[in-house]
Design a protein around this ligand. Structure first.
Ligand SMILES: [Zn+2]
Length: 481
């Protein structure tokens, strides 16, 4: 097979079916390698799945190659993924989720434990691993264990035996660890195994019945508000407890996921400056979309910000182009204002946010195709993550190198002690983990174009840049266009 665009060539020789080891010559492509802190024209050779050579090209050999076409990068790693097996295979299975991940350019996914039953026992992990093997996908699936038994928030899960069984951290995601006492114990106990707690920061008392970001848009639409303070309060609690715990357990670590407000990101910025072992991620939808989409606007966040850094009025701007209350936009935390979205981008640029995580949350039509307030929270996001992030790059809000780092080296570092289990990086002599995509090739998001069973994306019908051409995971073919 040969893929060619302009003067750039990607040639894939030999067997091409999913899961088979690949032989591949990539010539005259733009390589982004966050591990080496380098990008530029390069050639790569993969033989029998092993990355044999990476050659950076001199200026004379690199003529006509730029960062606007075919890009080669280490395979992406998603710190926050929901596949629905066991429990809700109508929304996603391990197999469909791994196919979606590969289509999105991801070679490692970290699965949240809010399945049914919750991943709170080692034998459940064995079932998950069996489903991964049966899928035939070479994409690596790592698992978080539940932090509390059944995610019920009443007693700790068996953290030690889950750590022994190979989980990469602990979370009650879908919900926060509500009890400060349990959160403190979980942080200390997981930390003694060198594993992080991944918290979903939300003060549940402030968000009961909430439907949309608290603000002008929610008021105009008559939706119950989810205040940004509910996130900041939870983040502040978590950071204060972390500061206590690290004095006794220096290996304790906290990762705050899907931060969505300027206020909570500022708290993390200060905590990092104080030297606390905290990392965090933002999602593609929180940095690119805003709450005005609920009213029917469809412009990106950076186009919804005025020159003074305030959110513009979509009605005054004539920016309403679709109907209101599209339930595919219902997500927790909710889509925020353009000011908060800009803060998510700033956090990526200045290193406050370590990673972009998709919070891929597939749902069935039954759970989503209902009145806005009743719809399940979540966006099927793993296949559109790259496209949304590249929209920010194209709008000069983020460099290509920073975007790729947030999808590769950033999440790897956030995982800390378990990074050797992540399939990323461009080490020669090791199995290749690569994504090849074409920035100049736009694709249309449709229900059929998504490998995920979850078609709940507000981007359906929209064109995105950066079609993924090839994903190689562990030296094996995971996806090819
Ligand atoms: Zn969450």
């Amino acid at each position: 097979m040969t893929l060619a665009r302009g003067s750039r060539k990607v040639a894939l020789g030999g067997r091409t079916d999913i899961g088979r080891k690949v032989d591949l010559d990539i010539s005259r492509a733009w390589l982004v390698d966050p591990g080496a802190g380098r990008e530029g024209p390069a050639e790569l050779v993969v033989r029998d799945g092993v990355l044999q050579a990476v050659t950076w090209l001199d200026a004379k050999d690199a003529e006509g190659i730029d960062d606007g076409g075919v890009i080669v990068a280490p395979g992406f790693i998603d710190l926050h993924t929901h596949f629905r097996e066991p429990g809700n295979t109508g929304a996603e299975t391990i197999a469909s989720g791994l196919a979606a991940a590969a289509h999105g350019g991801f070679t490692t996914v970290c699965l949240m434990p809010n399945t049914s039953p919750a991943m709170d026992q080692p034998w459940l992990l064995a079932g998950l691993r069996e489903a991964v093997t049966t899928s035939g996908s070479p994409v690596r699936a790592l698992a978080y264990g539940a932090a509390t038994a059944g995610r019920a928030g009443e007693q700790l899960a068996p953290i030690g035996s889950l750590a022994d069984a190979g989980v990469i951290g602990f979370s009650d995601d879908g919900a926060p660890i509500r009890s400060a006492t349990l959160f403190r114990s979980a942080l200390a106990y997981a930390g003694s195994f060198g594993l992080p707690i991944i918290d979903h920061p939300e003060d549940a008392a402030l968000t009961e019945g909430a439907e949309a970001n608290d603000g002008v848009i929610a008021t105009a639409l008559g939706l119950r508000g989810w205040p940004g303070s509910a996130e900041a309060i939870a983040v502040a609690r978590d950071l204060a407890i972390l500061a206590d715990v690290v004095r006794e357990v220096p290996s304790a670590r906290l990762h705050l996921t899907h931060l969505s407000t300027a206020g909570s990101l500022e708290l993390v910025r200060r905590a990092k400056a104080d030297g606390l072992p905290v990392t965090c991620d933002v999602t593609p939808h929180h940095l690119a979309l805003t709450d005005e989409w609920l009213a029917g606007a469809r412009r990106y966040a950076w186009d919804a910000l005025d020159a003074d850094g305030r959110a513009r009025d979509p009605w005054r701007d004539g920016a309403i182009v679709a109907g209101p209350y599209d339930s595919s936009l219902k997500v927790n935390p909710p889509l925020r204002s353009a000011v908060d979205a800009a803060a998510c981008l700033t956090a990526l640029v200045d290193g406050t946010a370590d990673a972009i995580a998709t919070d891929h949350a597939p749902h069935t039509e039954v759970d989503k195709d209902v009145e806005f307030g009743l719809a399940a929270n979540g966006i099927s996001a793993i296949e559109t993550a790259l496209g949304l992030v590249l929209e920010a790059v194209d709008a000069d809000r983020l460099s290509l190198a920073a975007a790729i780092a947030a999808l590769t080296s950033g999440p790897t570092a956030a995982l800390g002690a378990v990074e050797s289990r992540v399939q990323t990086g461009l080490a020669t002599g090791r199995p290749a983990n690569l994504v090849v995509f074409d920035r100049s090739d736009r694709w249309t998001v449709t229900a059929d174009s998504l490998a995920s069973r979850g078609k709940n994306s507000p981007l359906v019908g929209r064109d995105l840049p950066g079609r993924v051409l090839l994903t190689i995971a562990g030296g094996r073919l995971a996806f090819e266009h």
